[in-house]
Ligand binder design. Sequence first.
Ligand SMILES: Nc1ncnc2c1ncn2[C@@H]1O[C@H](COP(=O)(O)OP(=O)(O)OP(=O)(O)O)[C@@H](O)[C@H]1O
Ligand SMILES: [Mg+2]
Length: 383
Amino acid sequence: MVADGPPPAPTGPFREHAPDDETGRLASPEEGAPRRAAREPPLLRPEMAQRMARVLDAIGEGVVVRDQWGRRVLQSARARALIESGAGAEAAEVAEAVEDVLDRAAQGLPAERTVASAPPLGRVVSVRGERLGGPAGTLGVVAVLEDVTEQRRLEASRRELVSTMSHELKSPVGALALLAETVALEGEPAIAQHLADRIHTEALRLSRIIDDLLDLSRVESQEAQTTEVLAFAAVVAEALERVRSAVAARRIALEVRSTAPGALVLGDRRQLVSAVYNLLENAVKYSDPAAPVVVEVSEDAGALEVRVIDRGIGIPRGEQARIFERFYRASHDRARQTPGSGLGLSIARHVARNHGGQVLVSSEEGVGSTFTLRLPASDPRGS
Ligand SMILES: Nc1ncnc2c1ncn2[C@@H]1O[C@H](COP(=O)(O)OP(=O)(O)OP(=O)(O)O)[C@@H](O)[C@H]1O
Ligand SMILES: [Mg+2]
């Protein structure tokens, strides 16, 4: 909506009709050509400003416009919300940033400011100004306001990922370099063979970390996310197929029970399979050989659930919230001896969030764990 009300369109000579410009806004750029500006039509006539505000409101853009006489002729609803919804000092700061950016843009200076508020709001608003040039000089200035909180959060999370990743990749790469150096000097074929085997194992470990990282980056960015209606049973079956060789190798008795054979889910097949697979893989690898693993699929009140229940090593209570962090591995000796990079559950949690769901854990050390992936079910009637 128009905030300050459209000003009357100037009808006479510029000096008479230009408002008292107490702030000097736009005064200087216009000074050289007051007569020319007077002859120019106003940037936005009142009815035009109102229409433009409606368009901007419909597309949700935060825009403030000042005309060539320095009067605010338009403020979209989004701009008003961004200025007014801040807490206390922040609201004043955003309003001040808008004025400043408009003043600077009017003088042809670079005009960009970012206002970041302290937690709990923790909001970041970017304000950018542009001068609207016309044939006879400045026609006015426009400020564009944007809530960039989420964008900044993603950037920070990416920076953190790159730094953690470099750190995590350093140790296997270091081990590879050392092993390669040793094998080159080793004269005894049997020892050289043993070292070559270790190089192979380390290289596989590295390649798995990289695969997991690629998966994680995909689900975090949501770039390649597709949405289709999927039979949930088929998603679970594909994940079971992927874990089949590990189940056979550890002679695990795997039991699948489903009370929702026809359940549908709306989402990205590849992501969902990867989430279920990561829960299954953990149940298998953190269990004793032959300890049974049960997979239960159910649907209740619009929620689909797959529960992966193991009787494995369990997770210490104090660490249960942290296991979803990237690269976090429980301090448990047994868990540490098992190969893994600590990314599987971060992937599962991201996938669940991308689909409006969640992953829950309930676990007792030495007794076993239950991981539940809960997702909203897709209504077969298509609503
Ligand atoms: N079913 C489980 N039983 C016991 N501990 C588990 C179980 N699932 C996960 N954990 C613990 O949580 C940690 C994080 O799991 P996550 O799947 O993210 O990583 P990972 O299995 O170590 O490696 P990756 O899955 O990337 O190969 C594990 O290292 C393990 O300590
Ligand atoms: Mg895992």
